[in-house]
Write a protein that binds this ligand. Sequence first.
Ligand code: NAD
Length: 515
Amino acid sequence: MASVDEAPAVATNGSNGVAAGIPVENPATGAVIATVPNLSAAEVAELAAKARAAQAGWEALGFEGRGAILNRAQRWVMDHADRIIETIVSETGKTYEDAQLAEIAYAGSAFGFWAKHAPEFLADERVRTESVFVKGKKLVVRYAPVGLVGVIGPWNFPLTNSFGDCIPALAAGNTVILKPSEVTPLTSLLMAEGMRECGIPEGVFQVATGDGETGGALVDEADLIMFTGSTKTGRKVLARAAETITPVQLELGGKDPMIVLRDADLERAANAAAYYSMNNGGQVCISTERVYVEAPVYDEFVDKVTEKVRGLRQGEPTGFGTVEVGAVIFPPQLDIVERHVADARAKGATVLTGGRAREGAGRFYEPTVLVGVDHTMACMTEETFGPTLPIMKVADAEEALRLANDSPYGLQASLWTKDTARGEQLARRVEAGAVTVNDAQVNYAALEVPMGGWKTSGLGTRHGAGGIRKYTKQQAILVTKLAPKKDPHMFPYSARKSRLLGRALKFLYGRGKRA
Ligand code: NAD
């Protein structure tokens, strides 16, 4: 298990030495706050061996035994919320509110949800068959843990999107190795400490800190990979997993459109546009990344949004209520945001507010509203993942839908209209894994419904029954109790038996009777 030393920065993993350590920076101040080990492939293999040795015992605890530890962990998160928030804020530079609402609330609810629902989602299923050949036999489908799950996470939500996916994997009876982003590993290490305090057996949950190569090594070792990150890296993970035929679940990037129709509650839509594009500094996979507004309400909507975004406070978060928009977490992300805004400007877009990186300590990009944009511009077609909001005027809902679907991504989308029945119908025409009407992002809190991307936004889903079954192997069990010494289809073959079978098949399926 990797561990961490707080500043002054020193590497803590024996075999790697200081040179191989990864410094962790506070993006809001630029200070290096810790250094973590960059685990080698051999070290990942050692963790995997430990995990495999621990798996049978963990599975044998059953839902009740595992659930007890998960419920304890839920209380631990609530008891240590302040410390977890401080840790998240220190390595991301996000606001305290972003850490509380999107991370603490999620972990708290997820521990309880999976402890409660794992037994129901993974219960043995008795099956009644329509096949006359198998009538009378006992048929059971059971869900067996895959064994060792490797979870690879991004830097934008170190608790929710890295550790969060470990919870259902553990509830299903798997051991887990979590490879957090090298940019934000401290929260995962803190969670490992918490899980130990809650009594999780040695080797069941381990953290492998390191960079992309450590992630690649985990792909080689695990029985299943749950990956959250960019589409570019997701492709690499999928290709590497093909070598060992390891199943992969991918939660990738997005370019979520917001469609504002002429009958929308404009005040609510404008508040939502400002919030859901700028919360977490715009670094949310399901951020509102582009807006299409019907012409009759375009000017009013743009004025409202611009005024709200202009009023946002930005800077180093020093407590609750201090700022609304935090730092740009990952250094290269700032280059992407700057490139998208420069490209839009060069092609004729107008910046109504923001439009530049802030000077001074830390890494910040001003909350930015862009108009006069179109699909020739990167800000409308590529994931920006920063505090920018491009708004485009459209003639009608049809044009908005066409443009919304004109994207390789299909993670999420939102529609804004007072005619909710029409909104629901239009939602069905949006190519995205989730669509909200008069809302955005909050569907993520409903752990009952699937969350996952279409197109290049992902493969598989988290949440709901599928969100835990994906961590299992299905096994079909057939049991024959009462049976003759020999079934009619067994050897020897005879022309008479085959004629009879032919007639029986015609009777059964000849007129599409059983179809
Ligand atoms: P990233 O793809 O750069 O990195 C993600 C993780 O992959 C990191 O832990 C990294 O070390 C690891 N990695 C890098 N190369 C690897 C390799 N070759 N093999 C295995 N692992 C490797 O993503 P990021 O920049 O950390 O995160 C931002 C991206 O994540 C955005 O695109 C965002 O939309 C996406 N995201 C998606 C969701 C979702 O649920 N769909 C949630 C959060 C973030």
